[in-house]
Design a binder for this molecule. Structure first.
Ligand code: PLP
Length: 389
């Protein structure tokens, strides 16, 4: 039997932690009540919900009443951006600021408000290191700015944005600030107090909880109209009967992440450094995208020279990872995030994103590095049509 492939795509999604599964099971079996029901079964479900809310709040240093459960980060981000924008428009504020390296959930929410509701939008380009300059972003903020939204850790490059510094400055100017912490929560300390943000989004499946559950922190006192209307669940901000078992799983995942944060951050930083140095030794000319230090510890976006990263991954079935490029008809387009950093098209086509997780071992790193290098050599020596064009 061939060995299982080495999974280095933890930024795409994580497996569900076995302890998270254990926490969820009673709510799929016996504690199936509707948390809005007044009877004993309803109360048991409501207790599970309250416990999970406290666990998510603890990870973020928020108050439990400031947490709203959603179906995914995309929903949290839409809810925060559109909700704050619509509420602020009533005060004559109709301008949005975001970076040019946001996840589509934020980028498309702003584009929708621009297209359909007449908001003005400023997209701040990143510096070549993948980070947005704090002063450049602040220079885009105007008297009529309704909201600034920023990704904390960029999903493709791992670049960390200066959210704390920006949050403090925005607070002093009274401009609401939303942070997309989908990739940073559980990997780095994420405190809504330290980041001085008014709203923050996260996704369960990026931190070892199941897909289909997310959360939104919304600071007490911020008014947020719901995207969908119905009964009054989740403080009326996100009506609909709660997905209790998955929410309980998200709570457990947040507790585990908080307990394991420092240990797993140290281990993963060492493993990522080992992977990078092995790849650099075996693949001359390989470069790391973005700031070498101010980055997610688990994420390496590397440019493989003279090849298409997609073809290298196709030739390397033992390693599961991502490329940012997309295939259209007969051409391959590089990641827009990488080209926004000023990386030329042919180089950007060589990108491979390797993202490590809690279960990654040194043996995985050793094998993955030599398998990737072998695949790179075979693609590079193949006829020109299979290389980066
Ligand atoms: N924001 C970031 C930074 C992400 O990486 C992702 C998922 O890749 C999302 C938002 C959206 O998460 P979901 O697809 O779970 O809604």
């Amino acid at each position: 039997m061939s060995a299982a492939p080495i999974y280095l795509d933890f930024n795409a999604t994580t497996p569900v932690d076995p302890a998270v599964v254990e926490a969820m099971l009673p709510y799929l079996r016996d504690r199936f009540g509707n948390p809005s029901s007044g009877h004993a079964y309803g109360k048991a479900a409501a207790e599970g919900l309250a416990h999970a809310r406290a666990q998510v709040a603890a990870l973020l240093e928020a108050a439990p009443a400031e947490i709203v459960f959603t179906s995914c980060a995309t929903e949290s981000i839409n809810l925060a951006i559109k909700g704050i924008a619509f509420a602020r428009r009533k005060q004559g504020k109709q301008h949005l600021v975001l970076s040019a390296v946001e996840h589509p959930a934020a980028a498309e929410s702003c584009a929708y408000l621009e297209r359909e509701h007449g908001f003005k939008v400023t997209r701040v380009p990143p510096e070549p290191d993948g980070r947005v300059d704090r002063w450049r972003l602040m220079a885009a903020v105007r008297d009529d700015t309704a909201l600034v939204t920023l990704i904390h850790a960029q999903n493709e490059t791992g670049a960390l944005q200066p959210v704390q510094e920006i949050g403090e400055t925005l607070r002093s100017r009274g401009v609401p600030f939303h942070v997309d912490a989908s990739q940073s929560a559980g990997k780095l300390p994420v405190s809504v107090r330290a980041l001085a943000c008014d709203a923050l989004s996260l996704a369960g499946h990026k931190l070892y909880a199941p897909k289909g559950v997310g959360a939104l922190f919304i600071r007490r006192g911020i008014s947020l109209p719901p995207l969908i209307v119905g009964a009054g669940q989740e403080h009326g901000v996100r009506p609909g009967t709660e997905n209790v078992a998955f929410i309980v799983g998200l709570g457990a995942a947040c507790r585990i992440a908080a307990d394991a944060l420092e240990r797993s951050r140290r281990t993963i930083t060492e493993l990522a450094a080992s992977l990078l140095s092995r790849l650099q030794k075996e693949i001359p000319g390989l470069t790391l995208v973005g700031d070498p230090v101010r980055r997610l510890p688990n994420t390496l976006n590397v440019l493989l020279p003279d090849v298409s990263g997609r073809l290298v991954l196709e030739a390397c079935s033992g390693v599961l990872a991502s490329t940012g490029s997309a295939c259209h008809a007969d051409s391959e387009e590089p990641s827009a995030i990488l080209t926004a950093l000023g990386i030329p098209r042919t180089k950007a086509l060589g990108a491979v994103r390797l993202s490590l997780g809690r279960s990654t071992t040194q043996a995985d790193i050793t094998t993955a590095a030599s398998d990737l290098a072998r695949a790179w050599r075979s693609v590079r020596s193949a006829p020109a049509t299979t290389k980066a064009q």
